[in-house]
Design a protein around this ligand. Structure first.
Ligand code: ADP
Ligand code: ADP
Length: 217
């Protein structure tokens, strides 16, 4: 069977990570988040992590060549044989072109691009209340609270806030998104794979809407 790839698109805080995890689980695909991969490298103090950190802290994008190489390596691993749910990649037209070339080599293609729409004014609130688990699970102090404050429901580890979720950095990340990533909306629309999803609904409803869009594709 040809591998299937789903690309989650939307501004920072739209719910890409939250939804990508559920969709990947439902479809038995791997969740590939470039943000998580960079953060893992940062934690392990690799050269890639040190390089990425300089950009991440400022809310800038890591250069395309390093990012693309990292994704190529990840998608070529055996666990991605059936495909993947991509979260946070591609983020520039250059990355989208590189992904197209890579998937052709892997014998697959981008099947659906759920574009999660959330107005800018909601994003700062979503990100400033975002609580991360070291496991990668994502909570929100109001919209998706853990059972016990600051504690991961599943493994009991302590939750933390991301350095780049401060309002000043968030506002810059939204600008970067509008300039560098938003052009991908038209790019994927012209390939007839884009599906607009109302990201202001509760988390479960958004998941249902995305699953329906994937089934229809
Ligand atoms: P992204 O990966 O697009 O940056 P996340 O999935 O990390 O977004 O979600 C950002 C924050 O918003 C998290 O704290 C998450 O719990 C919360 N969130 C996600 N989806 C919704 C939703 N539909 N309604 C309210 N809050 C949400
Ligand atoms: P969010 O969930 O808020 O959208 P991510 O976790 O996806 O944020 O990304 C965090 C940071 O990691 C970005 O601000 C950027 O510095 C870097 N990053 C992640 N994905 C990419 C990418 N595809 N290209 C360049 N930089 C990236």
């Amino acid at each position: 069977m040809a591998p299937m790839y789903i690309v989650m698109l939307g501004p920072p805080g739209a719910g890409k990570g939250t939804q990508a995890k559920k969709i990947a689980q439902n479809l038995d695909l791997v969740h590939v988040s470039t943000g998580d991969l960079f953060r893992e490298n940062l934690k392990n103090e690799t050269d890639l992590g040190k390089l990425a950190q300089q950009y991440m802290n400022k809310g800038e994008l890591v250069p395309d060549d390093v990012t693309v190489r990292m994704v190529e390596e990840r998608l070529s691993r055996p666990d991605c044989e059936l495909g993947a749910v991509l979260d946070g990649f591609p983020r520039t037209p250059e990355q989208a072109e590189a992904l197209g070339d890579l998937l052709e080599k892997l014998g697959g293609e981008v099947k659906v691009v759920p574009y999660i729409k959330v107005p800018d004014e909601d994003l700062v609130e979503r990100l400033s209340g975002r609580w991360m688990s070291p496991s990668g699970r994502v909570y929100h102090e109001k919209f998706n609270p853990p059972k016990v404050k600051w504690i991961d429901d599943v493994d009991g580890s302590e939750l933390y806030q991301r350095e780049d979720d401060k309002p000043e950095t968030v506002r810059h990340r939204i600008e970067v998104y509008n300039q560098q990533t938003a052009p991908l909306i038209d790019y994927y629309r012209s390939q007839e794979v884009l599906v607009e999803i109302d990201g202001t609904k509760p988390i479960e409803e958004v998941t249902d809407d995305i699953m329906k869009a994937i089934e229809e594709a």
